[in-house]
Design a protein around this ligand. Structure first.
Ligand code: F6P
Length: 320
């Protein structure tokens, strides 16, 4: 493979820049020409293609966001859009593609490889950690650490006022950001889309913790369940303690990536290029049991994410 393309697609995630750097430098190492496609699939359809050199990716390993910019592109779901995307690749002589993004982006990657024969490698880049085939997605660790920073601060003021904090985190339909930030922040309660909540039980846990000397409570609610405002109102109607809602929002998507995300980025990017260099396409890379893996893209996107009930029970046992 002589010339490869690279794009970031869907919601941005901390570590995308570090992955871009890894792909570009690994490609150059193997003697390839690397082209960046700006604005995800929209840029692929509109031929926003730029050459990437060694120095194009200097000083970005520590930056949040994506220098290639990103977009959610409905046109890529149409036959016309897909054909235009393939024409751009042909016009630029690009014979392999790396797509960094979440499940929506992988759908586009699958179509390009399966239906149009473009060797494509997917790198999982989303804060949601909602892809079943990989233990972690790029950006998840940084997003959870951002949540922890905010929850620590909330805990200070909630304790001073003996309040209950209801904190809304992102994750779309997946409760992993809530689960991991709940355990790591010592939240008493997490509410996730995977488990039906029981308000009576939540109020019992709050009352029990107060009877046992707690001066505040943290309740983390995943956005896939309901908003912090709505959930705070529900709790408030069943308790005399004062409740305050906080939605963390898009802050979770920004910021300098953690060491864990930079390590993933370096390895995912390098693995993606190694595969293309061996003439292998139509795969996604990931991490499982601490090992970098690759897998058939169709198999990966059809896997169903399972919730870690053991971690959930751990939180129930230790956060009181
Ligand atoms: O997929 C990442 C994510 O941040 C989700 O957690 C959230 O539901 C969604 O994107 C928000 O999308 P947007 O940036 O388009 O508002």
């Amino acid at each position: 493979m002589k010339r490869i393309g690279l794009l970031t697609s869907g919601g941005d995630a901390p570590g995308m820049n570090a992955a871009i750097r890894s792909v570009v430098r690994s490609g150059i190492y193997f003697g390839m020409e690397v082209y960046g496609i700006e604005r995800g699939y929209a840029g692929l359809i509109e031929n926003n293609v730029i050459p990437m050199e060694m120095r194009s990716v200097s000083n970005i390993v520590q930056c949040g966001g994506t220098r290639l910019r990103t977009a959610r592109c409905m046109e890529m779901m149409t036959k016309e859009g897909q054909q235009q995307a393939v024409r751009t690749l042909e016009k630029n002589g690009i014979d392999g593609l790396v797509v960094i993004g979440g499940d929506g982006s992988f759908r586009g990657a699958r179509i390009l490889s399966e239906e149009y024969g473009v060797p494509t490698i997917g790198i999982p880049g989303t804060i949601d950690n909602d892809l079943a085939y990989t233990d972690y997605t790029l950006g998840f660790d940084t997003a959870v650490n951002t949540c922890l920073d905010i929850i620590n601060k909330l805990r200070d003021t909630m304790t001073s006022h003996e309040r209950i904090s209801v904190v809304e985190v992102m994750g779309r339909h997946c409760g992993d950001i809530a689960l991991y930030s709940g355990i790591a922040s010592g939240a008493e309660i997490i509410v996730v889309p995977e488990i039906q909540f029981d308000m009576e039980q939540i109020l019992r846990r709050i009352n029990h913790s107060r009877a046992n000397g707690k001066h505040s409570n943290i309740v983390i609610v995943a956005e896939g369940v309901m908003s912090a405002d709505e959930f705070a109102k529900k709790i408030q109607s069943g308790t005399e303690y004062s409740v305050r809602p906080t939605c963390i929002g898009h802050v979770q998507r920004g910021g300098s990536p953690t060491m864990a995300d930079r390590m993933l980025a370096a390895q995912f990017g390098n693995k993606a290029v190694r595969l293309l260099n061996e003439g292998i396409g139509n795969r996604v890379v990931g991490i499982r049991d601490n090992k970098i893996i690759d897998m058939d893209i169709i198999e990966a996107v059809s896997m169903k994410k399972t919730f870690n009930y053991e971690l959930y029970e751990t939180l129930q046992m230790i956060s009181m």
